[in-house]
Design a protein around this ligand. Sequence first.
Ligand SMILES: Nc1ncnc2c1ncn2[C@@H]1O[C@H](COP(=O)(O)OP(=O)(O)OP(=O)(O)O)[C@@H](O)[C@H]1O
Ligand SMILES: [Mg+2]
Length: 267
Amino acid sequence: MIQVKNLSKTLKNGHKVLDGISFTVNKGEFVGILGPSGAGKTLTIRCLNGLLKPDSGEVIIDIGNKQYDICKVSKKELRQIRQKIGLIFQGYHLVKRSSVLENVLIGKLGQISTLRSIFFGFNDAEAAEAIKALERVNMQSKAGRLVAGLSGGEMQRVAIARALFQSPGFLIADEPISNLDPSNSHIIMKMIKPLSENIPVIGVFHQPELTAKYCTRVIAIKEGKLIYDGDPKLTNQQLVEIYGEELNQLQEELIVSNEISNHAPVE
Ligand SMILES: Nc1ncnc2c1ncn2[C@@H]1O[C@H](COP(=O)(O)OP(=O)(O)OP(=O)(O)O)[C@@H](O)[C@H]1O
Ligand SMILES: [Mg+2]
């Protein structure tokens, strides 16, 4: 479970970027965060993994049968907790000159001893586990390939495998499909969704048609405030309330996306 209570943050310039945000994500849920550009979605996500300290509020997380308020833990505890938070980002954050398998193994670097990590000393059992993570995203046949030669969709699958290899307590994604074409976006959403059967999954998206299809719940943030928390299928009126003028541009993208996804490969 991740429980966010009353998060607020004001920047030095006086801009209130988070204003009393509260929501809960349980195991079994895949929650999509929507909202216009600059709304505070990424800042909210950064509070969830302790990268940003809010001025007030709590982020209660359950990891390994223990509860923590990530805003209050020591730096040492935060480092340990972060090893159990799976992160997937828009830009993949992969080492391009390393192999697919090595990139997955990197997910656990923080969990092995410094000496072992200097020599990249993973044992056979760990390598087998990493291959299993690659199997879950259908990339096992490319384990030895350099990441530099992969397509964007393939890189994002490696990033998911790396997060899975960490055996995270929950999974956070910030725009994991923004660099992908509509067909690959569907493939990645189909891969992320089942992960929520075992752990809470939360992701930021700019594609309300995809969150409607794959997420179990949607929340919307606008001007630092939570303005919606509920059914992932939003009415046109709700979309207008969330996006305002940005909606026209989103709908143009939606038409293109629907046209292409009608021909999406089944995987
Ligand atoms: N490091 C920073 N310094 C100053 N302002 C910042 C910083 N990071 C974010 N902001 C501001 O905080 C607000 C919220 O930013 P955030 O990155 O959370 O937006 P977002 O909802 O993720 O937008 P997008 O959809 O474009 O990614 C914005 O007005 C942004 O300009
Ligand atoms: Mg953002």
